[in-house]
Design a protein around this ligand. Structure first.
Ligand code: HEC
Length: 184
């Protein structure tokens, strides 16, 4: 390679380093949550996030069935620990949750995009730099499988079923994956 080209490449790296350091040390990046992420930042975070979860949840084996009583316990945990950020059928998240960046998605819709193992992984491990907490350190595996099964079934729940689900296990329809029925 010609010396000129090599010098240009080294120069570019030095320049990139200087730009990077001035962003970090110079306070140039606005961390305010009142501003939406730039589309590049958002794409980078979102793609890293999705692929990381998919990759890490690959080796997780879901139980053959999650007992209805466990799903009902999961519903209770969901309402006390998740609903405030993610809402539920007929229930909006707390108003302050809309001030988070990234904004926590409405799981009644977003849960359809995830496998039950991925939801379990997300609830156990949380997501760095996003505000999604890890519940693994404070909850046992059984409870978290109940939560995961309940979340997986959220898109199919009516607001009435949702309102009932913590007190009345039968109110969780048998169509909820893992809710008493063997998974294929
Ligand atoms: C303090 C707010 C907060 C709480 C409480 C919370 N989450 Fe989250 N959750 C988030 C945020 C923020 C994200 C990341 C969104 C993103 O990166 O797009 C997220 C992402 C998720 C996702 C991935 C959804 C998607 O499509 O991006 C799942 C599934 C999830 N949370 C489940 C749960 C469960 C289950 C609980 C309760 C055990 C819970 N969360 C509690 C804030 C919260």
């Amino acid at each position: 390679m010609a010396m000129g080209a090599l010098a240009a490449i080294v120069g570019l790296f030095v320049l990139a380093g200087i730009v990077g350091l001035s962003i970090v040390y110079g306070g140039l990046y606005n961390v305010a949550a009142t501003e939406e992420h730039a589309s590049f930042t958002r794409w980078t975070f979102d793609t890293t996030f999705r692929n990381s979860v998919e990759n890490r949840a690959e080796d997780i084996l879901a139980p053959e069935a999650v007992a209805p009583a466990l799903v009902a316990r999961g519903a209770e945990t969901y309402k006390s620990s998740c609903q405030l950020c993610h809402g539920g059928p007929g229930v909006d998240p707390e108003e302050w949750a809309s001030g988070m960046r990234p904004r926590p998605p409405h799981l009644a819709e977003a849960a359809a995009e995830w496998e039950i193992e991925e939801i379990y992984w997300l609830a156990s491990n949380g997501v760095k730099m996003s505000g999604m907490p890890a519940f693994g350190p404070s909850h046992d595996e059984e409870t978290l499988w109940g939560v995961a099964a309940f979340v997986k079934g959220l898109p199919g729940l009516t607001p009435e079923d949702y309102a009932q689900s913590a007190i009345e296990p039968d109110a969780v329809p048998s169509g909820v994956p893992g809710a008493g029925s063997a998974r294929e």
